[in-house]
Design a binder for this molecule. Sequence first.
Ligand SMILES: [Zn+2]
Length: 184
Amino acid sequence: MNRPRPTPQIDPVALAHSLGVPRDYGRVRGLRRVREPAQLATIGRDTQGREQYLAPRAARAWARMREAAMHDSVELEIVSAFRGIEYQLGIVRRKLERGQSMDEILRVSAAPGYSEHHTGRALDITTPGYTALEEEFERSPAFAWLRKNAKLYKFSLSYPRGNRHGIAYEPWHWCWHEKSPRPR
Ligand SMILES: [Zn+2]
């Protein structure tokens, strides 16, 4: 689908900085400001029944990978895929309202403008019998399958244990890279 592109009144990334995201956040974490894709393609529904989207090429790679996993009796389910910068800002604001400090928030959530989910190339994966977005996913057959096969489809784990971005270990978060990703 073509995405409508309204001109936002206020840059959501600037707004996030005004809410307490440190100015040097990107540099310190080794994270880049990312862009949203011009186009998105549907990849089917997530575990909550919501339609999910990725950038077209990542969507095709995901469809092939999911199919191959299914062929090996491994079910890969979508928790979340594309998330816009405005949406991420909403997450951060809700957490602030609930009393979390920005420091705490940025330990688990990327700052708006810096999440791989904005690119339409990243998605969070789960499999039946495991709690979504929990470390226990690393003990699932789906995770073992991904470790072995995801690279064939140009997906890689973005935040392994002890990653240089200081982001919590996320065995469920995989990102499609056109070229082989840099070693982390
Ligand atoms: Zn993720």
